[in-house]
Design a protein around this ligand. Structure first.
Ligand code: MOS
Length: 728
């Protein structure tokens, strides 16, 4: 089905199942420990040997010698794979660095070997006996030092490096009120609970990989390319994922090493990437340096806005697209944005939790707070005054929906923003300095082609199959809700099967496109199934209504199950998109409000309360959507106050490479969180009229916290995370 014109009324609009707050159908499996995660597939693979990954001990250089004799002689060792015996390997399109090093080493902890043994302990012990010698080379690890050498750069997302509208320099020189500041965001890591994990099984030339991956089809493609085998010979199975946050969008080393190890060992091999390797072996969110200049009239209208961002990546890599939102968020006739990319020899940078907008808004939304103060204007009002209904870089292009101002007004009202004292450092609560902060939230909506297969069984139950993944987001449930709504059956009658590459290719989970896109694919498959069912029942497909387990048309009614009396009826289709997303700018909007308290003596920061207001199209399941947003708000607090991969700029690696040294918020750090979804449907997004919402939840949060800290203390920190040493 091709989605080319805005959606009209359709069966989803009945909202009997879709749109209702619904418990996750996979919840009981997860809470009772019966959901099989990748590393625990004893059911499917009872006889797997264990692989242990050896990471490179230098950041840049060459391997001059690998001596595996002692390791091979160790108890239980079955096989050791290095570049010397791995055979010729290609590189997946989505990987910047090779997943197995040799002879060149491109970054610290790049995999140099996998040791396969009978037991986990034997593999680990033998790995310590693998002796690798290196000829290190000098690398570049310091973004600030590499800034001047950084060139304009596009990205894998095909963003242009530079945009210019009007004459920024002239306008900025002539405005009465100016903000000109530099902001820094650090390298960050996904830090998901479940490490990268895979079990590889070969049957002849065919590989099955039980893995933990957000994008099943990309994984198939890149594994086939890396091994040099046909895609048809690779099966990925990824039904449960213990967190990804962008870190599992792409094929990673543990999957390749499991496949190579299994081939060498002649039996299935399971590999989990050791936690201590994850930060340097896999991808991370790159650090940014962002220079923002905003010029406004005395009334607070933006006349000139410039946002330049510097980030680093390995050769051939791409920039953090931190200027994305600035191209679309606020009005202003004279505009300039630019991304510049420095070549760094740290592990590869890539997507993490709203890549682009999340770090971009960490800077832009402090800048707006600073500008509001210079104007003597309320920061909520500054944003309202600079709202736009069209893409400010392409004024002919309208936003499909844009309720940004409503999110600001509703949020300010609900939060009690009018009680804020605009003068910083004034409000005391015992030893605590108390402040309010807010920020706007923006995240683009992307539609991705997505397929599904829906089967009506003889007993009247429905089964949905798609290679879509549920990364803890609630996908199982919204897909079940969609099929139930389309076919007029209760959710309990729908079985959802996900994450298997033998199912139709879906959108996958990334960039907050999964929810709307994957359910739109299920919608398309259900449309097909409805046609088949109506025909089988002798009813007019054009007028058939599916409700209460019945199909009705032209005054006649038949039980749905009757259509499958001679065997299951199957509908399969893929939702594809036309030019609609080019005609309309589709984005999601929100506002974040926080109250923070800062200890006047120690500068310890406590977040006291948080509110998010989101306008993100139809909310398919308010319960799981709320969970997405409060999770994202929690990550925003991490970005504001804690998260920081510390670079050793001499040796070239992230020093704090475990969950003891890389801090993220725990329950005690997070206060009451409230989420409000504004009523909205976007008929240009898909027949579901939904949009992404998960990543919107993090966008702007860190700036709201930083702005709250400023309001509490009068100390403006432009360098994240806002740790107490920066406040004293
Ligand atoms: Mo998301 S960081 O695009 O998985």
């Amino acid at each position: 089905m091709k989605f080319t014109t805005p959606a009209t009324t359709n069966p989803i609009d009945r909202l009997q199942v879709v749109g209702k707050p619904t418990d996750r159908i996979d919840g009981p499996f997860k809470t009772t420990g019966t959901a099989p995660y990748a590393y625990e597939r004893h059911d499917a693979v009872p006889d797997a040997a264990y692989g242990w990954v050896v990471g490179a001990a230098i950041a840049k250089g060459r391997i001059t010698k690998i001596d595996t004799a002692a390791a091979r002689a160790a108890p239980g060792v079955i096989a050791i794979v290095t570049y010397e015996n791995a055979g010729k390997l290609g590189k997946g399109d989505k990987n910047t660095a090779r997943l197995l090093a040799g002879p060149e080493v491109q970054h610290y902890h790049q995999a140099v070997a996998v040791v396969v043994a009978q037991t986990f302990e034997q593999a680990r012990a033998a790995a310590s006996l693998v002796h690798v010698e290196y000829a290190p080379q000098k690398g570049v690890y310091d973004l600030e030092a590499a800034m001047n050498a950084a060139g304009p750069a596009g990205s894998k997302q095909k963003d242009k490096s530079t945009t210019k509208v009007g004459d920024f320099d002239h306008a900025f020189a002539t405005v009465p009120v100016k903000l000109d500041a530099v902001y820094k965001t650090p390298d960050q890591t996904h830090a998901m609970m479940e490490p990268h994990a895979s079990i590889a099984v070969w049957q002849g030339n065919k590989l099955t990989l039980y893995t933990s991956n957000q994008m099943v089809h990309w994984g198939v493609q890149d594994m086939a390319k890396t091994l040099g085998i046909p895609e048809a010979d690779v099966r990925l199975v990824s039904p449960y994922i213990g967190g990804g946050f962008g870190g599992k969008l792409f094929l990673r080393s543990e999957a390749l090493l499991a496949a190579l190890g299994a081939k060498a060992a002649g039996r299935p091999v399971k590999v989990t990437l050791q936690r201590a390797l994850m930060m340097n072996n896999t991808t991370h969110r790159p650090a940014t340096i962002q220079h923002i200049r905003i010029g406004a009239t005395r009334e607070g209208r933006i006349a000139a806005i410039a946002h330049e961002s510097w980030s680093g990546d390995l050769p051939g890599g791409s920039p953090e697209t931190a200027v994305n939102q600035t191209r679309l968020f606020y009005a202003g006739a004279n505009r300039f944005t630019q991304m510049r990319l420095a070549v760094l020899d740290l592990a590869e940078g890539n997507a993490m939790r709203a890549p682009g907008e999340a770090p971009g808004l960490m800077a832009l939304e402090i800048a707006m707070d600073e500008l509001a103060e210079k104007l003597g204007m309320d920061p909520v009002m500054l944003r309202i005054v600079n709202d736009t209904t069209v893409d400010p870089e392409k004024p002919g292009r309208k936003f499909s929906t844009r309720r940004f101002v409503d999110t600001l007004r509703v949020g300010a009202e609900r939060f009690g923003w009018s009680k804020r004292n605009p003068k910083p450092g004034q409000v005391r609560d015992g030893r605590w300095l108390v402040g309010y902060g807010m920020a706007g939230a923006f995240r683009n909506n992307i539609n991705m082609k997505s397929g599904a297969r829906v089967r009506l069984e003889r007993d009247g139950t429905v089964t949905v199959e798609t290679d879509m993944t549920d990364i803890g987001t609630g996908t199982y449930t919204i897909i079940g809700q969609t099929a139930a709504e389309m076919l007029g059956v209760p959710l309990a009658r729908v079985t959802v099967r996900l994450g298997d590459s033998t199912y139709p290719v879906s959108a996958g989970s990334g960039g907050q496109w999964g929810g709307n896109s994957s359910t739109a694919g299920v919608y398309a498959a259900c449309v097909k199934l409805r046609e088949h069912v109506a025909k089988k029942l002798g009813l007019d497909p054009a007028h058939a209504e599916f409700a209460d387990g019945m199909v009705r048309a032209g005054g006649k009614a038949q039980p749905l199950a009757q259509a499958a009396r001679d065997g299951a009826v199957v509908g399969e289709d893929t939702m594809e998109y036309g030019e609609l997303a080019k005609t309309y700018q589709q984005s999601t909007f929100g506002a974040h409000f926080v109250e923070v308290a800062v200890d006047a003596a120690t500068a310890e920061v406590r977040v006291r309360r948080m509110l998010a207001v989101c306008a993100a199209g139809r909310i398919l399941n308010p319960k799981s959507a709320r969970s997405q947003v409060i999770g994202a708000m929690t990550m925003g607090v991490g970005a504001a106050l804690m998260e920081d991969l510390v670079v050793d700029k001499r040796v070239g690696f992230f020093v704090n490479h475990d969950l003891a040294g890389y801090e993220v918020p725990v329950h005690a750090d997070i206060p009451h969180q409230e989420v409000i979804f504004l009523d909205e449907t976007d008929p240009t997004s898909s027949p579901m009229k939904a949009k992404g919402v998960g990543e919107l939840g993090i966008c702007g949060v860190a700036a709201a916290v930083a702005n709250g800290i400023y309001n509490a203390t009068g100390v403006r920190v432009r360098d994240y995370p806002v740790t107490l040493d920066k406040l004293l």
